[in-house]
Design a protein around this ligand. Structure first.
Ligand SMILES: C[S@@+](CC[C@H](N)C(=O)[O-])C[C@H]1O[C@@H](n2cnc3c(N)ncnc32)[C@H](O)[C@@H]1O
Length: 358
């Protein structure tokens, strides 16, 4: 035992070391979950009876040696079952229910991609630590693909059953025909869903990133939607006075250069009687309040490697992912919205929703 260890509780230190070893082990499983999602291996296995690695690799169109090594991670990680007699692997139905595209419980493997992306960004993030500078969206391979898969589940899929009903009466107005803006629309999935459902309304999506906008435009074209327009646009200093009846932003305020100014600009862009519906991460502005917040470490780490540096990279202060519902609420009130209602959806405790009216 070293001199330092003699002065502390050795059993506490050993327990903590075991915890850390477990964290590292689970981190490796998380990155491998992302690989299983990106390669389609979970979807392939969910469709198959127990099978050998060659059969699985062939069905997935992948190289067997790599599939076998990935399967070993999945087996030791408790995700996939393995029969050493037959050398067959199986993804049980109740595990496929949260790891496959279109899964009954939502596809959790989608969120594992955030962990893999953090690893890819490590060198760039270290440079941020050293210089205090930020990043640009172009630094992140696949950010918009991951984000669209993420919000496709949390926002677009919940839109008609849970989200729009928060803004009492908006569905009727959408059916009658109104002007709608989604500010920071990314790949535009939420807007596309609304444009499909409400052909009498006109929908506009603005986002800084041309690659996300190109993707959204192509998707709208494929669907033959004539009532939705996507435009690459930096929302810094944005205002189109009195143009819109309904404005949404989904997880798109805290990354901005100047979130407060954008909220003011969005308010000014509403017509009289207009509604602003905004979703953001539902954590508190105070670290001590987030100790039991779901997946708080993941959210702070996404903040560290993405949300904070992209805001700083735009010349912003870098509010971060956990800027807090208190900060968002205060900004909405200070912008002059007369009514600001806060909601948390029972099935989705990670997000906060505000309905603000002028
Ligand atoms: C976390 S993503 C959310 C995207 C989308 N709303 C969704 O839910 O999938 C934040 C979005 O804000 C956009 N954004 C960040 N800064 C912006 C700016 N200055 N002007 C316009 N869009 C911006 C990013 O390009 C990104 O698509």
């Amino acid at each position: 035992m070293t001199a330092e260890l003699q002065n502390i509780s050795a059993s506490n230190a050993e327990r903590f070391a075991e915890t850390i070893a477990g964290v590292i082990d689970q981190g490796a499983v998380a990155v491998s979950l992302s690989l299983g999602h990106r390669t389609g291996l979970f979807d392939t296995m969910a469709e198959m009876a127990p099978a050998g690695s060659l059969e699985i690799a062939t069905a997935a169109g992948l190289a067997e040696r790599y599939v076998r090594e990935w399967l070993a991670v999945m087996v030791t990680g408790g995700i996939v079952d393995f029969d050493p007699e037959t050398l067959r692997y199986n993804l049980p139905v109740e595990r496929a229910a949260c790891l496959t595209r279109g899964a009954a419980l939502g596809n959790l493997a989608v969120y594992a991609q955030h962990v893999a992306l953090m690893g890819e960004m490590q060198d760039r993030t270290i440079a941020c630590f050293e210089t205090g500078e930020g990043t640009g969206y172009g630094d992140y391979p696949c950010f918009h693909q991951i984000m669209a898969e993420d919000s496709g589940q949390t926002v677009a899929e919940a839109l008609f059953d849970h989200v729009l009903p928060l803004a009492g009466g908006i569905e009727d107005r959408l059916a009658d025909g109104i002007e709608v803006l989604d500010a920071g629309c990314g790949r535009g999935l939420a807007l596309i869903e609304m444009a499909k459902r409400y052909p009498s309304s006109r929908f506009t999506g603005y986002d800084l990133c041309g690659d996300a906008i190109d993707w959204a435009r192509a998707a709208a074209r494929r669907l033959g939607l004539g009532n939705v327009t996507f435009e690459t646009r930096d929302l810094t200093g944005f205002t189109e006075p009195g143009r819109f009846d309904f404005i949404t932003s989904f997880d798109a305020i805290h990354d901005q250069k100047d979130p407060e100014a954008l909220i003011r600009g969005l308010k000014a862009s509403l017509k009289q009687g207009g509604t602003y519906l905004v979703q953001d991460i539902g954590g508190s502005a105070k670290l001590e309040n987030n100790l039991d917040f779901p997946m708080a470490s993941l959210l702070y780490a996404i903040s560290l490697t993405h949300c904070t540096p992209v805001s700083i990279g735009q010349g912003g202060e870098g509010l971060g992912t956990m800027w807090g519902w208190e900060t968002a609420e205060a900004m909405l009130c200070e912008a002059g919205f007369v009514e600001v209602d806060r909601h948390v959806l029972p099935h989705d405790p990670m997000n906060v929703w505000f309905v603000a009216r002028i």
